[in-house]
Design a protein around this ligand. Structure first.
Ligand code: OFO
Length: 163
């Protein structure tokens, strides 16, 4: 049985993952509206991954005898007006998530909850990968002239990106 303090925080993270899934799904629609079908597909796939993250928290809580609690999800706001800004925005979002996962890890250690500590290790690696993916897209964008043909190449490239 997980301690209440830890359960509350895991449940909070479950709902943040749900928000992340909606955020990336909304971003995929934003991209499609601008004709960026490859980028749109990339973000749709990413949205599915976030939903899987949510389910991991859901199952862990449930399997540990705690009640997962789904909450109302905030409307996702996209604070970007170009592809570069959009990827930076997503990168910042992932860095924020990594910080939250790290705080959960700290809490699990301080409560001597080694089961939760072990569960969270997957997320520590996952966040490392996600930050790497968004950083690598930003690096690619900086290599091409995004205002000219670069947008076409980035769109084509992202269609095939999987983590
Ligand atoms: Fe983007 O990894 Fe979950 O939130």
């Amino acid at each position: 049985m997980i301690q209440k303090e830890m359960t509350d925080k895991l449940n909070k993270q479950l709902n943040i993952e749900l928000f992340s899934s909606n955020l990336y799904l909304q971003i995929s629609a934003w991209c499609k509206g601008k004709g960026l079908n490859g980028v749109s597909q990339f973000f749709k796939t990413h949205s599915n991954e976030e939903m899987n993250h949510m389910r991991r928290f859901f199952d862990y809580l449930s399997d540990s005898g705690s009640m997962p609690e789904l909450e109302a999800v905030a409307k996702p706001l996209i604070l970007a007006s170009s592809l570069t800004e959009l990827v930076k925005f997503s990168y910042e979002h992932e860095k924020m998530i990594s910080e939250k996962i790290n705080r959960l890890v700290h809490m699990a250690i301080s409560l001597q909850d080694y089961s939760t500590f072990h569960f969270l290790q997957w997320f520590v690696s996952e966040q490392h990968e996600e930050e790497k993916v968004f950083k690598s897209i930003l690096d690619k964008i900086s290599l091409v002239n995004i205002e000219a043909n670069g947008l076409f190449f980035i769109d084509r490239d992202l269609k095939n990106v999987t983590k």
